[in-house]
Design a binder for this molecule. Sequence first.
Ligand SMILES: Cc1cc2nc3c(=O)[nH]c(=O)nc-3n(C[C@H](O)[C@H](O)[C@H](O)COP(=O)(O)OP(=O)(O)OC[C@H]3O[C@@H](n4cnc5c(N)ncnc54)[C@H](O)[C@@H]3O)c2cc1C
Length: 318
Amino acid sequence: MSEPHATGVLVYLCHDTPLSSAKKLIDIVRSEIAGQPEIDVLVAGEDSKKTRIEGLQHQGVVNKVLLLPSEDTQLAVASADALSQQAPNYRYLVAASGQHNQVTLSRVAAQHDVGMLSDVVAIRGEQFVRPMYAGNALACMTTSDPLIVMTLRVSAFDVEPQIGDKAASSEEMPLSLTSNGVASTKWLAHHLLESARPELGSAEIVVSGGRGFQQAEHFELLEALADKLGAAIGASRAAVDAGFISNDHQVGQTGKVIAPKLYIAIGISGAIQHVAGIKDAGVVIAINRDPDAAIFDVADVGYVGDLFDVLPQLIDGL
Ligand SMILES: Cc1cc2nc3c(=O)[nH]c(=O)nc-3n(C[C@H](O)[C@H](O)[C@H](O)COP(=O)(O)OP(=O)(O)OC[C@H]3O[C@@H](n4cnc5c(N)ncnc54)[C@H](O)[C@@H]3O)c2cc1C
């Protein structure tokens, strides 16, 4: 493969990455990866040519924008195939933490026989820090692999927004689904749920409900509180498993890791796997009828009471 980008970074943005998140990821790469390498971006998805591309090009801190305008990129196997073809041109392949990116990049790493650095929360020169044991320990890692494949937990980094001075060029890439025997896999449809509420991953205020709500209908109380506060809605895994709300609201080790300024946990016990998702939250408020609930150990403000008494009063009072 060609030499020019052998020290550079390829940032992968999957289909539904908002422009603001894309910019933050690029800012992190630019400020944290040593040596100010050139940054190319690969944007996957049918509407990849629209606003996100223009926004990235005008930001002026990326060198080149590669376009993969295909809905097939919703399939990790297809995105990984396209990325794998590009990977030898780069030193780093980077994406934001998240299920699709995790599955996609780990495939690329396997195809190139290199390791995978998942959910990196800090970069210190040649060392990469990532949480382990549900966030209770931090592993500090180095790698001698020629290609460094990693996902970054964007919420863990605090970087200044950057604006460069050159417009990036863009280049369309054909996507072939015939390699690696994936021609039999077909993407049928993508239904995006529209919500007037802020997105869970980037919201400044999150109100979260747990099994204490007892049934799905009672989550209406949580929605009313979220509406009053302009908050996003989160949930514990127990609430998701019980069918109170869909699993894209799950906060925690196997859900979303979030960093709101204010997190309100209601009817949530505070299991370690849940708390792993709010390690970077600002103020944590907990409402639970059990004074010994573990959530009070991590809460800045705790209220012991029955949520069915407390929430109506809180909503009325706001
Ligand atoms: C590998 C693994 C990964 C996991 N990943 C996650 C994850 O990502 N996210 C996650 O959340 N969990 C995760 N879990 C599950 C986790 O261990 C807990 O089971 C889960 O968080 C419990 O959810 P909960 O607190 O809503 O339910 P419970 O543990 O049942 O707690 C309910 C709480 O509500 C309180 N309550 C009940 N009624 C009321 C009331 N009327 N008013 C006020 N309070 C009330 C109770 O006192 C209790 O504290 C994971 C588990 C494993 C093993």
